[in-house]
Write a protein that binds this ligand. Sequence first.
Ligand code: GRG
Length: 304
Amino acid sequence: MSEALTTQQYISQTAAEVEAALKSVLPANWDVPAQLRESMGYSVDAGGKRLRPVLVLAAAEAIQRNPAAAKAAMPVACAIEMIHTYSLIHDDLPAMDDDDYRRGKLTNHKVFGEAMAILAGDALLTHAFYSIVQSARVNGVPAEIALQIVEELSVLAGASGMVGGQAADMLGEQGVTSIEQLKYIHQHKTSDLIVFSLRAGAWIGGATAEQLERVTEFGTALGLAFQIQDDILDLIGDEAKLGKKTNSDVEQHKVTYPFLIGLEESQMEVERLTDVAKQALNQAELEAPARLFGIADYLMKRDH
Ligand code: GRG
C-alpha cells in the first residue's frame, strides 16, 4: 500500500479491504440457518472501526515492508474482528450491560432475540479459529505460525485474557477503587486483543523474538491508552456519541480513569502511554514502522 496515504486514509482503505474479506469469510450463501447467518452478519457489518484487523495487517507489513505478508494475514485479521464482534454482542445482552444500541443501531439481541444473539456470538467465536486455520491452508502462512497464533488467541481472548477481564469487571462492578484494579481490567478486557492483533501480524511478518517482545510492550501501552481515551470520550460524549452507545455507563457511575483521577490527568495519561508505546516500537527496530507510529498518534487524538 502506498506510503503517501495519510494514517486516516490508510485506516479507511485497510478497513474496506477487511470488510470485503469478511464478506467472503461469512458468505451470504453459506449453508447455515438463515437467521443465524443474518444475526452474525448484522453485527459484523454494523460499522466498527476495524482497529484490531488493521493492526494485524499493519504489523505484518511493518516487519519487512512486505505487502504480501499483509495479504497472507487477512484471515487472521478477519478472525480478530469476529472475536471482537462476538464480545460486543454478548456484552450488550441483558445479563451483562443490557444495552439497546451499539454504533447507532439496535443491539443484536434487540433485533434477533437473546437466544439467537448468544448463538451468533458463539458462532463468530468458533469461526474465528476456523479462519486462522485457513491462513495456513489457503494463504500460505506456515502451519507452525498458525498454531502459535491459535495458542495466543486462546490465551488472550479466553479466561486469562478478555473473558477474564470481563469477569473481573463484572465481579468488581462498584468495588473497584484503585487504579491497579482498573488497570488489570483494562489490560485484559481491552489490551489483550490489541496485543494479540499486533503479535499475530508480527508473527506472520517474520518477527524475531526480541521484536515480538517490543511489539507486545507497544500493544500493552497502546491498548491502555485506547481504553482511557474511550472512557474520556464516553464522559465528554456529544449527542452523536450518546446516540451511538447508550449512556448507561455514565448513569451507573462506572469506575473509569476519568472517574478515579479526573479528566485532565486522564488525558495526560493517554499522552504518556502513547509515548511509552512509541518508545517500545522504536526499540523494535522494524523495517517499516511508520504506519504503526501513525496509528498510535491517530488513536491518541481520535474523537470517536
Ligand atoms: C462478553 C466475553 C465478553 C467480553 C466483553 C469487548 C468487551 C468485553 C466489552 C465491551 C465494552 C468495552 C468498553 C470494552 C472495552 C474494549 C472496547 C473499548 C471496545 C470497543 O472497541 P472499538 O472502539 O469498537 O474498537 P468498534 O465499535 O469501533 O468496533
